[in-house]
Design a protein around this ligand. Structure first.
Ligand SMILES: C[S@@+](CC[C@H](N)C(=O)[O-])C[C@H]1O[C@@H](n2cnc3c(N)ncnc32)[C@H](O)[C@@H]1O
Length: 317
């Protein structure tokens, strides 16, 4: 994400800033609370100010929202609220260890009514497993929505999980803080539905990122021509849940070039540049250090696949 260096002292910028999963003991001794999709940030700001002893984490996929909220946090001098920019389906699972989060809030998420968007809903199985892992026992997931069918689906699906159980279900609950979307729906005379799900039993989930070592691979003394590189454009690869596509390449100084790559691990997609640096004896392929991509299996595969491809090109030249 672009770094507005003035505003972002509370934003966790990956990957240079910090190792994952987080060592939460460095972030306060109280409870850890997460909000997914905080929009303009007023909910976590209110919570952080009224519970100064606890630490709050906001995860939001929109960079604009993160930047605006970060400025608000700075202007108000809030020290116990941290923001992350990205897909919560990935960040909650990869950044937090099992049984470390006391509460996860989700205020007025998009219900994604179309069936082809099913994997974006909180009711798909991966989400329930992730919640069941990161919540502390007795910890609660709270979702508020203006769509009754959606509240019912969340209640049914999450409470069916082996480690989770229904804690509360309310129509038009009293809430000490309202959000932008809440006010919008209330102004339209809509009802509001609250679902709370409690973590009952230990549960764990597999993380994609096992270790975050620096990524590079070496290939022999390879030379290439722009026409050879053109072949890479649109080249795709697949291995299990990992999928990657090479896009445009950009020649930089000397014989080095950057290759734009899109890689997805299941539904988690990242766009980054692979850098090829030509040395005297060998060529190094690495993740461009300016990219804040996570070293996921798909990213690693895209590096190995490129190495293989270029080595073969060398053998046939
Ligand atoms: C309808 S808005 C609600 C905003 C705010 N919670 C409110 O009540 O005013 C949903 C928010 O969730 C964010 N969002 C959607 N999918 C997300 C995801 N996978 N991870 C993190 N944030 C997400 C959107 O960018 C958007 O800001």
């Amino acid at each position: 994400m672009p770094v507005d260096s003035v505003a972002l002292e509370n934003v966790i910028v990956r990957p240079e800033g910090i190792d994952i999963p987080f060592d939460l003991s460095s972030y306060g001794t109280g409870k850890h609370v997460v909000e997914i999709g905080f929009g303009n940030g007023e909910f976590p700001v209110y919570m952080a100010r009224s519970h100064g002893e606890d630490t709050f984490w906001g995860i939001e996929v929109s960079q604009t929202c993160v930047l605006k909220a970060a400025k608000r946090i700075r202007n108000l001098g809030i020290k116990n609220l941290f923001l992350m920019c990205g897909d919560a389906r990935f960040l909650l699972r990869e950044c937090f260890q099992d049984e470390t989060i006391h509460k996860v809030y989700m205020n007025f998420p998009c219900p994604w009514p179309k069936s082809r968007h099913g994997k974006r809903r909180v009711t798909y199985s991966g989400f329930a497993d992730m919640l069941a892992a990161v919540l502390c026992r007795g910890g609660v997931f709270e979702l508020v929505t203006d769509e009754e069918w959606y509240a019912d689906e969340v209640k049914a699906v999450l409470s069916d999980h082996q480690a989770l159980a229904l804690y509360a279900y309310e129509k038009n609950p009293h809430r000490s803080v309202t959000t932008k979307y809440e006010r919008k729906w209330l102004a339209q005379g809509k009802d509001i539905f609250l679902v709370q799900i409690e973590k009952k039993e230990k549960f764990t989930v597999d993380r994609l990122i096992k270790e975050e070592n620096v990524m590079h691979t070496k290939i022999g003394n390879v030379t290439w021509t722009p026409s050879q590189l053109q072949v890479l454009n649109g080249l795709e690869g697949k291995a299990g849940d990992c999928h990657w596509t090479y896009k445009n390449y950009y020649m930089s100084s000397g014989e080095s070039f950057l290759l734009e790559t899109i890689a997805s691990d299941g539904g988690f997609e990242q766009r980054f540049f692979l850098k090829l640096v030509k040395g005297e004896k060998e060529t190094l392929i690495k993740l461009d250090p300016n990219c804040t991509a996570f070293r996921t299996p798909a990213l690693k595969q895209s590096i190995y696949c490129l190495a293989e491809h270029l080595s073969q090109a060398k053998d046939h030249s």
